[in-house]
Design a protein around this ligand. Structure first.
Ligand code: HEC
Ligand code: HEC
Length: 226
């Protein structure tokens, strides 16, 4: 009896492995092939696990319809389905693997400089997104370290692609560290008023000064009357 059970368990495991291995192809056929197996969308041969991982985990793909900019949306695939899809796309041709950035190794001030030089023109200095002709560079608040590394190597849509020659992996670590920092900037030396800058901060200082002054006048007036 226990032997039969082991047999059944082994069979079940085999079936699971088999469906796991094929479901990437199957899912691709259902969700992606209508564009990617035609001339409507770029061929995915050689884009590697890197691009597939980025486009599927950000919800950029499957694209709702042709002619629109891909954008971040809710991912409807399970983790197992994502892995299967990524593995299937990777199997189409030799391409880059999913990167493993280590932002903790990066240098914050170097990252800020690199971001200012290469990214801020589109994404703004505080990585809050911006506007370029024909496309909307998104805010970077939702991108994980891996997705930032992937985006830099892919150059999705109108974003330029940066080779390791242009931005090394170590520099990329610094950029990611800076992007993560922009989400919780250390606002020492000023109040964080939506990070709009020195002018409103100055205004708030004046406002508080006026309240304090009024308080002083009020207290003084009371004492004079007494
Ligand atoms: C409605 C058509 C459509 C569907 C469906 C679709 N895609 Fe795409 N896909 C596109 C287009 C168009 C682009 C090019 C996007 C651009 O202009 O940046 C693209 C780009 C990509 C890229 C980047 C290719 C590169 O050269 O870096 C990947 C990876 C990708 N799609 C994967 C998928 C996967 C996986 C699915 C299914 C889950 C899918 N796509 C479904 C139309 C589609
Ligand atoms: C020419 C303008 C431009 C430049 C320069 C640029 N980007 Fe982008 N970036 C974009 C656009 C547009 C998108 C949206 C791509 C899409 O819709 O497929 C994007 C998407 C991204 C994303 C995905 C964000 C998300 O959550 O959807 C990340 C991360 C990113 N960029 C990081 C960077 C970094 C880091 C740099 C500098 C090394 C950089 N970008 C330089 C225009 C730019």
């Amino acid at each position: 009896m226990p032997r039969r059970l082991t047999g059944i368990a082994a069979l079940a495991a085999l079936v699971l492995v088999a469906t796991g291995a094929t479901s990437g192809k199957h899912l691709f056929g259902q969700e992606c092939a209508q564009c990617h197996d035609t001339s409507k969308a770029p061929s995915l041969r050689g884009v590697g696990a890197l691009a597939a991982d980025f486009y599927v985990r950000t919800g950029y793909m499957p694209l709702a319809h042709l002619g629109v900019q891909p954008h971040r949306s809710r991912v409807t695939f399970s983790e197992a389905q994502i892995r299967a899809l990524v593995a299937y796309v990777a199997s189409l041709g030799k391409g880059p693997a999913v990167p493993k950035p280590q932002p903790a190794r990066g240098n914050l001030s170097a990252g800020m400089q690199l971001f200012t030089d290469h990214c801020a023109g589109c994404h703004q200095v505080l990585a809050e997104g911006g506007l370029v002709t024909g496309a909307v560079p998104p805010a970077l608040g939702d991108a994980t370290p891996v997705q930032i590394a992937e985006a830099v190597r892919i150059g999705p849509y109108v974003m330029p692609r940066f080779t390791k020659h242009a931005i090394s992996d170590r520099q990329l670590d610094s950029i990611i560290r800076y992007v993560e920092y922009t989400r919780h900037p250390d606002d020492s030396g000023g109040w964080s008023i939506g990070h709009i800058g020195p002018v409103p901060e100055g205004l708030v200082t004046w406002f508080i000064a006026i309240v304090v002054l009024l308080g002083v006048c009020f207290a003084a007036g009371k004492r004079l009357r007494a």
